[in-house]
Design a protein around this ligand. Structure first.
Ligand code: FE
Length: 158
């Protein structure tokens, strides 16, 4: 009897968990398609929730003006105007380019509880968000260079 209740309880928790985690990708491709479109490093990070080593990515120290887009689907995610030097070795922003550019999910892997950030359109893994960022939001969107493509702001025409 007790075991049955445990099963019911687990099922209930499972359903609730699923509901919370049920962000749906607008752009959805098979693993093979993503693999063919991305470099192995981009695939490992954006599609397999990997993390690049700190201070090794192409964009952590990028100070140019421009837009950071999803490496998988090209959705604009962050602006250089919200980028700041966090000292972590990963591109860090105090906010996304718009409230609906990214979605978050709970991530309890690696014995930690963190909040994962994903591209709203294709569910690419971008990194994690932490409540230790600067003003005005106090948030740190800690991303992987390999999950982003940088588009420099066009120089004004002469
Ligand atoms: Fe995307």
């Amino acid at each position: 009897m007790r075991r049955e209740w445990t099963m019911v309880l687990l099922a209930a928790i499972g359903c609730r968990g699923e509901k919370i985690m049920s962000h749906k990708a607008e752009i959805s491709r098979s693993e093979e398609e993503w693999r063919s479109l991305l470099t192995p490093e981009q695939f490992r990070i954006a599609r397999k929730k990997g993390t690049e080593r700190a201070f090794t990515g192409a964009l952590w120290d990028n100070k140019k003006e421009g837009e950071y887009r999803c490496v998988c689907c090209d959705l604009p995610l962050f602006s250089s105007s919200a980028k700041y030097e966090s000292g972590t070795g990963w591109p860090s922003f105090f906010e996304p380019v718009s409230a609906d550019a990214v979605v978050t999910e709970n991530d309890s892997s690696l014995f930690m509880t963190r909040t994962e950030i994903l591209c709203r359109r294709c569910m690419a893994h971008l990194g994690h968000v932490f409540p230790d960022g600067p003003a005005p939001t106090g948030m740190r969107f800690c991303t992987n260079s390999a999950a982003l493509s940088f588009v420099p702001k066009e120089a004004p025409s002469p």
